[in-house]
Design a protein around this ligand. Sequence first.
Ligand code: FE2
Length: 219
Amino acid sequence: MKKYLDLESVLTKKDLSPFISTEHLKVHQYTVLTAAVTEIEKHLEEDEDLQKEDLETAQETAGFHDLELRHAIGALFNHVFFFGILNSSSAIEQREPAGRLAELINKHFTDYNGLKESFKKVVNARVLPGWVWLGLTKDKQLVITQTNNEDNTLMHGIALVQCLPIIGLDLWEHSYFTQYEGDKEDYVNRFWDFIDWGKVSANFESHNEPTYKLAPLLD
Ligand SMILES: [Fe+2]
């Protein structure tokens, strides 16, 4: 857990504009991540289990904690994951799904455009703060699902559909309301151009092994 509490190692140094403006990046990163780290640190000293867990496995048991700590554990994971799959547009080498991930996307959604359309429908229908995910279920199927607040698909007993996240999109107001004037469709349309599919494919290959385990968020 410790390495994730060092903000310097989890803050992205990437330029994600125009998808996320510099100003809004600061909100996600400094406001949300600083609050999450402060809350987790408050509990860390007296919670030996939390000390031993890494951020990935702490998601599974987040539902056993009080709401503030569950929120902080989720927010930290979600944002580190989100910024991990994004990259500056000029730095992205692979702009579309490839390999086994592309095959599975084609099987479930016809093609990459089909995935985008299905994902957009869920984003547009969402009214509460939360996240929309593309995930891999234990029986190796792709699914689009959503979670409330800072919950995620790894949380046992909380996520409606338990799966390993492949991609995730932040749908809190701080992510789109001001910058996109509330236009979620514009926000999600721009999202795809900033996904580093090389990184996403590497995550997928790691998830897809027989162990069915989430790839570590930080190298
Ligand atoms: Fe956020």
